[in-house]
Design a protein around this ligand. Structure first.
Ligand SMILES: NC(=O)c1ccc[n+]([C@@H]2O[C@H](COP(=O)([O-])OP(=O)(O)OC[C@H]3O[C@@H](n4cnc5c(N)ncnc54)[C@H](OP(=O)(O)O)[C@@H]3O)[C@@H](O)[C@H]2O)c1
Length: 268
């Protein structure tokens, strides 16, 4: 029977890009719902601080740490293997929530964006996501095959797409092209894995204030004016709460796709 206050207490969530923004708040929120965590990003110090904060705020009953850190590039297969295997340190063969979140933006179009950043962006946003979907997908299917359906419980692949993965972005169409690809990968994975009992959920945020804007190199004044005109824009915790709600549903209930915009964001 699922607990109302801690609906994720028997679950382990792997989150890439957990050192900042949506990934960081997702880790905090899923911990508040009872999940244990595998935390990934490249900045190890930030992950260590986050893990400590989670242990202080949400201590486990037996005093063991609620999370394991796997620092490194989330597009690197050896890091992905390490992340997937880290769940044994938390008492399970595999994580049963995998949040494919690590990603970065890039200001400009195919004509105007900095070409020296294309490969890293495509590698992180698209290839990294695809490798993790593949590795996690096969483990989650094995997990579901070993359980009674649906009483045995849910397993989730949650993938961060974007509204610019369904509508053309006026300021970052090159980044948008990676998210169009991610959006299509997520729907294809849902069709392939859903019948095997694995929920594949696409989260499509609109504008969320985080480190994202600075990493992408958006013009501070121009983008700042846009954000001011639709204030308040979303916070990372707004997205984290939606993810927590979705993965807390009973195993046979799937909210497949969530588009989450600031109310006053008209486009994209
Ligand atoms: N913010 C928005 O408006 C918005 C809108 C729609 C969709 N999204 C998507 O939501 C996701 C999270 O964005 P955010 O707003 O939280 O951005 P953010 O604040 O910049 O956080 C990005 C996270 O990804 C990590 N990361 C980047 N490259 C990585 C790599 N190669 N390997 C491992 N970790 C990596 C970063 O940590 P390290 O630097 O420590 O590695 C950081 O923890 C992204 O996929 C983004 O495209 C964001």
């Amino acid at each position: 029977m699922q607990s109302i206050t801690n609906p994720l207490e028997s679950r382990i969530a792997l989150i890439t890009g957990a050192s900042a923004g949506i990934g960081c708040d997702c880790a905090l929120h899923l911990a508040s719902l009872g999940a244990k965590l595998i935390l990934n990003a490249r900045r190890e110090k930030k992950l260590t601080e986050l893990a400590q904060r989670i242990d202080d705020q949400y201590p486990t009953a037996d005093g063991s740490s609620r999370s394991v850190i796997v620092a490194g590039d989330a597009a690197d297969q050896s890091v992905i293997d390490e992340m997937m295997n880290a769940s044994t340190q938390l008492g399970a063969q595999t994580p049963d929530i995998v949040v494919v979140n690590a990603g970065r933006g890039l200001n400009g179009s195919v004509m105007t964006s900095d070409t020296t950043q294309w490969e890293e962006m495509v590698r992180t946003n698209l290839l990294g996501a695809a490798h993790l979907i593949r590795s996690a997908g096969s483990k989650l299917v094995e997990l579901q095959e070993s359980r009674d359906w649906p009483e045995g419980g849910a397993s989730d692949l949650v993938i961060l797409g974007s509204t610019v993965g369904r509508h053309i972005s006026p300021f970052s169409s090159m980044y948008g092209s990676t998210k169009f690809a991610v959006n299509s990968l997520a729907e294809a994975a849902r069709r392939e894995l859903g019948p095997k009992g694995v929920r594949v959920t696409l989260i499509e945020p609109g504008i969320v204030r985080s480190e994202f804007q600075q990493v992408a190199g958006y013009d501070e004044q121009k983008f700042g004016e846009l954000m001011d005109s639709i204030e308040p824009v979303l916070t990372p915790m707004d997205i984290a709460r939606s993810i927590g709600f979705i993965v807390s549903q009973p195993a046979a209930v799937h909210i497949c796709d969530a588009v989450i915009r600031p109310t006053r964001q008209e486009y994209p």
